[in-house]
Design a binder for this molecule. Structure first.
Ligand SMILES: C[S@@+](CC[C@H](N)C(=O)[O-])C[C@H]1O[C@@H](n2cnc3c(N)ncnc32)[C@H](O)[C@@H]1O
Length: 242
């Protein structure tokens, strides 16, 4: 029997991959993943075999990993950022458990909330939550409810999946829900393509965040009631300087 590693590769730049993740990818027989992520790392692991497929191929990808591991291969299933945060660790575990395979290691990575937060300054220095706007697997009503409660709880919010080709106005809709509770002047920010070519970022108000041109490679940030924009950086105070 082989082994399956589910590896968070970080946002994209090889320097932002953990040493553990890099060692696993250097030594496994096969690296499996969504084709865009395989393209990000392929040049750094020339000796590996690859299995790649496209969006909506998640179940098939997991089944292939179990099949390869049962045939004696060591397999690394990669995902961007962290393997557990909207990543492949959960579906892989579900598939593997159902097929009686248990030699699995989850290798964590730097999730977009953390790498994007570092680009903007220190927006997540106090209590925060992460909310995805993708309603492919989660009903939109539940996403709205979570946004509303996060605003009421004065949490900083990292917003994943703010838009896609078919969900262009979701970030605007989310900001409108948040503005029922929060001032339109609330300090916010966004980062696109963290650790990849064409990385861009900005700080803005909540009202302005509603109109940014977000895509599926953008992560948005909403500050709490204390968050401020200081010298172009988004900063949530911890309270030491009061
Ligand atoms: C399916 S989730 C995967 C999250 C990933 N597992 C992580 O921990 O970062 C996809 C969303 O993550 C965020 N994301 C992932 N990588 C990013 C990057 N390099 N730059 C900006 N946002 C990113 C975006 O909000 C994107 O829509």
């Amino acid at each position: 029997m082989g082994k399956i590693y589910v590896v968070g590769i970080g946002p994209g730049d090889i320097e932002m991959m953990t040493v553990r993740a890099r060692n696993v990818l250097n030594t496994c027989d096969v690296i499996a993943g969504y084709k865009t992520y395989i393209e990000l790392i392929r040049e750094h692991f020339p000796d590996a075999g690859f299995y790649e497929n496209g969006m909506k191929g998640e179940r098939e990808r997991c089944e292939k990993c179990v099949e390869l591991a049962k045939a004696g291969k060591s397999v690394a299933l990669i995902c961007s950022g962290d393997a557990g945060v909207y990543g492949m660790a959960s579906p892989l575990l579900e598939v593997a458990v159902a097929q009686g395979f248990s030699d699995i290691e989850i290798v964590p990575g730097v999730t977009a909330a953390l790498s994007g937060g570092a680009v903007l300054g220190a927006p997540l220095a106090h209590d925060f939550c992460v909310i995805s706007l993708s309603d492919l697997l989660t009903p939109w009503e539940l996403i709205e409810k979570r946004l509303g409660f996060a605003a009421k709880a004065d949490l900083c919010i990292a917003i994943y999946n703010p838009a896609s080709h078919t969900r262009k106005d979701y970030l605007k809709r989310a900001c409108e829900i948040l503005m029922k509770e929060l001032s339109p002047e609330r300090a916010c920010g966004w980062v696109r393509n963290i650790g990849r070519d064409g990385c861009s970022a900005g700080v803005c108000t909540l009202k302005e965040l509603a109109d940014i041109d977000a895509d599926m490679f953008t992560t948005a940030f909403v500050g709490n009631s204390q968050t401020k924009i200081a010298d172009g950086k988004l900063v949530t105070p911890r309270g030491y300087l009061i």
